[in-house]
Design a binder for this molecule. Sequence first.
Ligand code: SF4
Ligand code: SF4
Length: 508
Amino acid sequence: MSTSQAGYRLHGFPGGLKMRHHKQVSCRQPPAAAEIPERLYIPIGQHQGEVGMLRAEPGERVLKGQALTASEDDFVVPAHASTSGNVAGVVEWPASWPPGSSRRCIELISDARDESVEPNPLPDWHTLDPENIIDHLRSMGLAGLGGAMFPTAAKLRGDWNGIDTLILNGAECEPWISCDEMLMRTRPEAIIEGARILARAVSAGRVLIAIEDPMDEVGAALETIRRENDPDNNIQIVRIPAVYPEGGERQLIQTLTGLEVPHDGLPQDLGLVCHNVATAAAAFDAVETGLALTERLVTVTGPGIAEPRNFSARIGTRIGELVAQAGGYTDQATRLVLGGPMSGIALPTDDIPITKGSNCVLALEADQVSRPHPTLPCINCGACVAVCPAGLLPQLLFKAVAADHDDEAAELNLFDCIECGCCAQVCPSHIPLVDWYRHGKDRLRLKQLDQRRASLAKRRFDARQARLEKAEAERQARRERRRKKLAEPDQAKSEIQAAIERARRKKD
Ligand code: SF4
Ligand code: SF4
């Protein structure tokens, strides 16, 4: 246990690594507004789960902020036009994961006018019901900007026993990424006001904004705005030690509260809800300025980038176009990664578009990506266990996944792995452990999907069988009733007579 500079009592989490930051590389100049590309590729679904209904026709002219998809479901985040122009159609376009995959995107051809829809602010949010605020944030397309893109409305609305604390995650723990730090430095008022809006949406009485210990400039900027706008002292800025991955949701909660989110539970079960600082700023924009989420800050950095910096980029901008505005690739650029070096995803092409979860484009050079040794067998050294912040047994997980023992991997809590990469970083056998976990999770998800489909199909089959059996039983009962009637002589006679009468009437 330790104490932050503001006197806040901090707790720790198991494992983790001390890392070199490299953040100053992209923080030398303020963020730039990236040029609006001629063509944007806006993914229809930018998060896991269902996607909304298309609301734009090919050839239709749309304005910036206009909803291109719609749904009433909190788990379905609408996509909005990132600029004005014409919808060319829906195309399959390269996606970051799984490798070589594609996803459906709306191709939007910019008309270079960047005309917006009429803003739709919510000026009286201080007095509104939380439900109204959440509805508004959903319609503005808010999703978690920390990377996971979890629908914000679904996280805010729920049948919880009350949320007492909102945690804003500004602990940008992964090396090279600096977009959250730049956002907090340049727009502290958006973070503080966004925090108040999100706190009202969940009726939380307390807000903790977690930043990393070295972020002095950020702490000062936030504190100045907080003093002016938080008369009740409900918001506290807490500096936490820079131990990767302290920005993981569960690790951050444990650091701030000492509480462990249960294996099959949610932070909300503990009366906590956690959002990224960029999501708070997007909530501020949605409520105060009435703008939908159509752009985000992206760090374009690494030794493979000529002029690293942060850009405010429109959703749907191709990564290659952002890199070109950062001076292009250097001769050393060898591998392109979406995200940080620890938990990012290697990209096969820079045609992949920026989504709401794209925080960093990182170009690494050869000696940062080539493995000095080939992958060797696991020697059971236990180094991976010592650094795992989720308290897992990475070597056993790896063996279970590699042997296709999916049930065993599930029992070892594969889904608790946050893909932080600490285990792979220390593994002396250079086993690409996180890649194995990602494949294992994909396989398990597919299996679970298949099982759900199979059980749905079985339910349908059973229901049809029950319907057929019921119809057959009714037919049998009718036949039986008829047979019984005919068995009685008088009854049979009158039945025959009635049939003759009917035939005669028909003939007449
Ligand atoms: S660090 Fe690597 S070699 Fe050591 S136990 Fe873990 S997986 Fe095996
Ligand atoms: S990647 Fe997963 S298994 Fe490896 S250290 Fe991180 S949480 Fe643990």
